[in-house]
Write a protein that binds this ligand. Sequence first.
Ligand code: NAD
Length: 980
Amino acid sequence: MTLPRLLEPAILRIGTHLSRLSAGLSPTLFDRRWWSQSAINLAMKDQAFKAHLFHFIDVLPAVADDARVVSLAEEYFGRLDGDLFGLQWGLKTLASTGLGARLTGKAIRHQVQQMARMFIVGATVEEAAPALSRLWSEGRAWSVDLLGEATISDTEADHYRNRCLDALTGLGEAVGTWPPSPLLERDHLGSLPRAQLSLKISALTSRLDAIDPEGCYRGVASRLRPIVDLAAAKSCGLVFDMEQADTKDLLLLIFKRLFAEPAYRSYPHAGLALQAYHRATGQDIQDLLAWVRTRGTPITIRLVKGAYWDSDTVRYRQAGWPVPLFEQKAETDENYEALIPTLLQEPQLIRPAFGTHNLRTLAVIEAVAEAQKLAPETLEYQMIYGMAEPFQQAMVTLGRRVRLYTPVGQLLPGMAYLVRRLLENTSNESFLRKEYVESQSLPTLLSPPAVIRHPGEQKPSNEFNNEPHSDFSRPSVRTAMHDAIAAVRLDLGRTWESAPNDLRLSGSLLESHNPARPEEVTASVRAALVADVDPAVRLALSRSESWHRRPAAERAAVMRRAAALMRERRYELAAWEILEVGKPWREADADVAEAIDFLEFYASRMDRLAAPLKLGDRPGELNHRVYGPRGVAAVIAPWNFPLAIPAGMVAAALVTGNTVLFKPSERASLMGRLLTDILMQAGIPSGALLCLPGGPEIGRALVGRPEVSTVAFTGSKEVGLQIVAGAATIQPGQRLVTRVIAEMGGKNAIIVDDTADLDEAILGVVSSFTGYAGQKCSACSRAIVHASVYEQFLSRLKDAVASLTIGDPLDPGTQVGPVIDARAKQRIEDYIALGQQEGRLLLRRPTDGPGYFVGPTVLADVTMHHRIAQEEIFGPVLAVMKAAGMEEAMDLANSTAYALTGGVYSRSPANLALARERFDVGNLYVNRPITGALVGRQPFGGHRLSGVGAKAGGDDYLTQFMISRIISENTLRRGFEAAD
Ligand code: NAD
């Protein structure tokens, strides 16, 4: 939708007028008086410097020690006494006038604080009051935004609520004595409060996650109510800031529900921000209009362009989800313009507030208001404190109500905010940059947004692409999952007889119990007896020839069909996982997606390996490498990724032409059975895949068979090593040395250094050690923390763990569910008892109910010699260790028998380089959680006693299931070379 062309002359006229009114001023950031100007200038020219500068500013608040500030600056920018650096920072004079040639940490900190002061009005409301009063006397209203760290616990959410309450009290008192300002205090609907607070709803809860709207509403609303009560009593305005795209609908829901509650229905100063870069905003405004009609009291809508474009776009693309935001800046500008008349259409219901720093947008708003003959007090303009001062001035001069979004908070912790503002100002798309740095001409600046229309067609690609995880912020996805759970529950406790195969199993029924409600039988699956192994092996052997003679493309097609069947049954499969092994929603969904990935990925890799490969190019010879299957493979699987892991091993063996004897874990027989059914339905012939549910005795029997030439095992180190040892003995009649591919356990560590972003590090450690109740081979079980942040880390970690929702995984809000069974629970509890002797118990969450719950537990002051620092526990238990520096942290991290996953949270380039070089793990994760490897993009597997064999989901995995042969032919016959 575009504006009527008719308005363009008015836009040009008004824009020219506004430009004249703003002449002579320039935004503070671009003002030559500031030392920072040279740094900003360089950042605009040099992308690499910009990244370094912003990363450095971002890490600064984390570092208390002055010498460390200097050494970090050197890591980012090279030696500090060089001329270039001195010039960039405008510090040359400082250095040559007595402070010495070297910069000090204090001087650097001071410079950056000065930069922050441009955007942050004061550390506290008290400190900010004089500046707010000055703004008022200059004819500018404001909306205070309280800056702070991310909220990662309930304690921190309470703290933010208290800060909001204090701010309302403080602001309420401060404004009482100010002189009246009719322009700022009245609009077409009546009086306007002098004080307005912008709220970050994500800071009012430890977890704003749309997977659980009900739970989130309860948590947020309980903290919001006292804030609204006080705002109403003090006559202050409240505006919800809009945040990341995946929380938009949730914020709208919270807003509508809260302000429809009888106590708050008539509160007249509620508002929220909407982002024009979001494609759904037009619809959201219509929905809000309809809602306000039923509420009966108007609201404020602040229309902004949107501040999370980069991060949201990256995150959605990374997840493989359609991006809900406009791709081009010009499309956002165009949408913004289109939304202006919408916002102005019902001023009895909506108080419109327009947040923009763009001269043309300002002119468009004026032109539309003029065309609709709206009185100027009907709307207000909002700009950010410290930005676009010339336009602020122009609008004030024009007699318009201007409100500044004004951050209050500690300067250094406010750095994340500063970096956002700097990014915005220096981006190529920034209007301010276009006008004040690039000096574009007025007609160019005032011309309509130039959207480049794409043909919109994307070429289909044959490349493997990961199956996207479900986006549970979408209501339709949540409904599908709820429905699937309900449907599956009707089938609970069913008996699953032998799969329709040429082999009837003779064992008893193996019951799976719901770990959250052990009295509930999820399924009864017919098991195999050891006596069944012999006929099974013979059957598999007899079908080997016909299966491997199928063209590889056909075998790959079967895998793709199986993947398609899983996609169709995606939520049903996830629901069964929840009920059989107790995975929370997201984890269950991710396991199904990973199973689909394995099927697709190995199919695509088989396509590449199938054709003979010509080697060398010398004349007179023709060399080919060809692959063939090894024969009969045994697949022995664990229960913790009950679909994905067996799907990967079975698919790899089958697609390469082997027949497979598959033993699922006795703790996940149903998932094994469902996988088998899907593969057979997709076209695996009878006998080429045999599922043998049962316990260790079946696994042992399979490994002992001379006909089994490959064993693909995933499970514990103890069992894996037994299999490796057993495979070394050649049985009578054995024709191939058994190849064992064994993925085993881990004792994985995350290092948190003195420069880490603690918000992220703590969230990363918590999700890595409590995800699926710690029952992942990749789970974090050790946190190795730098001494200078150790206590702070422990105290915030404790609060974060105390805020986790523990419960039945059927409930979408559950973050930590039960462990798999009573045996596992006992084993973990034994380790916790031991850990209390070895280390210091920081926290153990209590649990109740009949399920096999173990509360997440943190043990501090653990040393490398403690057993809990060496042995795999496989539960939600974290050992925290202290390190004096990065070298020591590396030594601690590498001090176990395992080498599976590891992580490091750091913003020090030198420490990150050291970790890359020395952290001895199969999968190293930098500044992110350490679980959730993705097929193809992050092939997975460890070494040392964590595994033997190539990485699962990687390029070389399939070759382990094959024999390669080289065929070399002499092509020179009777003196001439035959064409090949
Ligand atoms: P587990 O070793 O107890 O059992 C794995 C499988 O081996 C089961 O099917 C079991 O019945 C079978 N088995 C048991 N004893 C056997 C024997 N003597 N001979 C042959 N088969 C036997 O492991 P689990 O409890 O199912 O899974 C948890 C373990 O798996 C953890 O140690 C975890 O770290 C590891 N794991 C590793 C990875 C990885 O990729 N490295 C992935 C998932 C799980």
